[in-house]
Design a protein around this ligand. Structure first.
Ligand code: HEC
Length: 187
């Protein structure tokens, strides 16, 4: 009786060992192979399923990237620039760390035109490579503008279009930090 129990246990262990499939990639028996292994279209291949023939679909209308907010103020519109100045609020106070990051961003995106201290004498203009005189950022004209208006200029460019939009290059939070830095440059 004792031996029978041991024998049964041994048989059980043997079954347990042999019943497992060692090949992890083999699903075993495939019932509907065309469902198990669906044939995907290549992203840029032609596609007979859609009317326009493209596999790669455009995002649904109104889709925005995660972490971004739609920007409602239009480029080259005086009214929208002023409105942005009234409605948009800088989320940062000018702490040292914010100003330091603002300087870092300014030195990447603005210094070439507006110059090291914001006087509008950056290398691109001074060397004659860029024909339009960049506005001085340290005089009253810019310093008296609300933060939101400067934010609008960075995002959408200047009214005349002589300064291009930087919205696609500078992240929203960094734009505000640049403004904090520009404030620190004021005469
Ligand atoms: C390619 C050169 C160039 C770069 C880069 C540039 N600017 Fe300008 N900026 C200009 C010019 C030129 C003007 C004058 C535009 C005009 O009068 O329409 C100007 C004007 C401005 C004004 C005044 C707008 C107004 O309402 O009159 C502000 C503020 C400003 N720039 C900030 C910035 C900041 C901040 C950056 C960096 C994110 C930057 N600019 C990058 C060339 C540049």
């Amino acid at each position: 009786m004792k031996n029978l129990g041991k024998l049964l246990l041994l048989a059980l262990v043997a079954v347990a060992f042999t019943s497992c499939n060692k090949d992890q990639n083999n699903p075993g028996y495939t019932f509907y192979p065309d469902m198990q292994y669906s044939q995907a279209y290549e992203t840029y291949s032609e596609n007979p399923v859609f009317a326009d023939g493209y596999t790669n679909r455009a995002p649904a209308e109104g889709t925005i990237p995660r972490g971004t907010m739609p920007y409602p103020y239009k480029a080259k519109s005086f009214d929208d620039q002023v409105l942005a100045g009234v409605e948009l609020v800088n989320p940062f106070k000018g702490d040292a760390s914010v100003v330091a990051e603002g300087k870092r961003q300014y030195d990447i995106f603005c210094i070439s035109c507006h110059g090291a201290v914001g006087a509008g004498d950056g290398y691109l203009y001074a060397s004659g490579l860029f024909p339009a005189k960049p506005t001085s950022l340290i005089e009253d004209y810019v310093q008296n503008k609300p933060d939101g208006e400067i934010y609008h200029v960075i995002t959408m460019g200047s009214l005349s279009g002589l300064m291009g939009a930087h919205g696609s290059q500078v992240r929203p939070d960094k734009r505000w930090m640049i403004i904090n830095y520009v404030r620190s440059l004021a005469k």
